[in-house]
Design a protein around this ligand. Structure first.
Ligand SMILES: Nc1nc(=O)c2c([nH]1)NC[C@@H]1CN(c3ccc(C(=O)N[C@@H](CCC(=O)O)C(=O)O)cc3)CN21
Ligand SMILES: O=c1ccn([C@H]2C[C@H](O)[C@@H](COP(=O)(O)O)O2)c(=O)[nH]1
Length: 283
C-alpha cells in the first residue's frame, strides 16, 4: 500500500464518526496524518487506485500562485473546483461581501499575493519568499500563509491547506505544508500533487535543488456519502508505482508562472491507474 491508501485504510479502521454542521454530512475522522514526498527523485505522489485529474490540481495551484479571486479565472486555466463554493455555498451566497457570480472573495492566493496591511497597502508573501530563496537566504520565516482570521468573512471558505514553509540547507530546498481539514477521497488527491509541484516549481525558479516535501494534516476525513466507495471499491485495489513528473525547464521566474505557464508545461510519465471513481462532493 502507498501512504495515501494507508491513510484511507487507517480512517476506515480507526476513524470516529463526527457530525459536520457546515455540510450536513457525517465524516469518519482521524487526527494527525503526516505524508512525505520525494521531489528530489521525481517520485510524483499521484493516486493510482483511481484515475486522478492531476492537470486540474496543477491548474488550481497556478491560480493560487497568481492570486486569482474568481472561479471564472480558475475555469479559464482548466480547473472547475471552485465553481460550487463560489456559486452554490449558501453561507457565501447570503454574505454581503460576495461580489457577484464566481467571486470567491479574499481566499488563498489573494492572501498570498495581496495580504492587506493596517495602513491599506498590500504585502506579497510569495514574492518575498522567492526573492530571499533566490539569494540563498532562509530567514527561518520563509512562510506563505493564506490563513487570515480577520478576513474569514470576506471569503467563501477558510483555506484548508493554509501555510507553506520553505527551508534551505545550503542549496537544498525543503517544503513543509500544513492542512487543517482534508477531504481524503477528493481533496487530498489534489493536495498531495500541489505540495509536490509547489516545491518542484519554487526550487526551479530560485535555482535550488528540490529535496523533500512534508505534508502535515490535522483533521483527515471521509464523508459518509464517500465511505462505501472508499472501503468497498478503492481500497480493494492494488496501487501501482508512482509515475514521474517533469517541468518545462524554460520556467525560470515568478513572472513566467504569472504569465505563460500552463498545465502543458508539466509532463507525466509512467502513470498506470485503475478506473475512474466519481466521489460525491459536499458543498
Ligand atoms: N468538500 C470539499 N472537498 C474538497 O476537497 C474541497 C472543498 N470541499 N472545497 C474547496 C476545494 C475544492 N476542491 C475540490 C473540488 C472538487 C474536486 C473534484 O470534483 N474532483 C474530481 C474531478 C475533478 C475534475 O474532473 O477536474 C475527482 O474525481 O478528483 C476536487 C477538489 C478541494 N476542496
Ligand atoms: O484544498 C482543499 C480544500 C478543501 N478541502 C476540504 C476539506 C473539507 O472537507 C472541506 C472544507 O470544509 P471546512 O468545513 O472548511 O473544513 O474541503 C480539502 O481537502 N482540500
Amino acid at each position: 500500500m502507498s501512504q495515501y491508501e494507508k491513510l484511507c485504510q487507517r480512517i476506515v479502521d480507526e476513524g470516529t464518526w463526527l457530525s459536520n454542521e457546515r455540510t450536513g454530512q457525517k465524516c469518519l475522522t482521524v487526527i494527525n496524518a503526516e505524508l512525505e514526498y520525494d521531489v528530489e527523485n521525481k517520485s510524483f505522489p499521484l493516486v493510482t487506485t483511481r484515475k486522478s485529474y492531476y492537470k486540474a490540481a496543477i491548474a488550481e495551484l497556478l491560480g493560487y500562485l497568481r492570486g486569482y479571486q474568481s472561479a471564472a479565472e480558475f475555469r479559464s486555466i482548466g480547473c472547475n473546483t471552485w465553481n460550487a463554493n463560489a456559486n452554490e455555498n449558501q453561507a457565501w451566497l447570503s454574505n454581503p461581501n460576495r461580489q457577484g457570480e464566481d467571486d470567491m472573495g479574499r481566499v488563498y492566493g489573494v492572501q498570498g499575493r495581496r495580504w492587506q496591511k493596517p495602513d491599506g497597502s498590500h504585502l506579497d508573501q510569495l514574492a518575498k519568499v522567492v526573492d530571499n530563496l533566490s539569494q540563498g537566504i532562509d530567514d527561518r520565516g520563509e512562510i506563505i500563509t493564506f490563513y487570515n482570521p480577520g478576513e474569514f468573512d470576506l471569503g467563501c471558505l477558510r483555506p484548508c491547506m493554509h501555510t507553506h514553509t520553505f527551508s534551505l540547507l545550503n542549496d537544498d530546498l525543503y517544503l513543509t505544508s500544513y492542512q487543517r481539514s482534508c477531504d481524503v477521497p477528493l481533496g487530498l488527491n489534489f493536495n498531495q500533487i500541489q505540495v509536490y509541484v509547489f516545491l518542484a516549481l519554487i526550487a526551479q525558479i530560485t535555482g535550488k535543488n528540490p529535496k523533500k516535501a512534508y505534508h502535515k494534516i490535522v483533521n483527515a476525513h471521509i464523508y459518509e456519502n464517500q465511505f462505501e466507495l472508499m472501503r468497498d471499491v478503492q481500497l480493494k485495489r492494488q496501487p501501482f508505482a508512482n509515475p514521474s513528473l517533469s517541468l518545462n525547464p524554460d520556467i525560470r521566474s515568478l513572472k513566467d508562472l504569472e504569465t505563460w505557464v500552463t498545465t502543458d508545461d508539466f509532463v507525466l510519465e509512467g502513470y498506470e491507474h485503475h478506473e475512474v471513481i466519481a466521489y460525491p462532493f459536499s458543498v
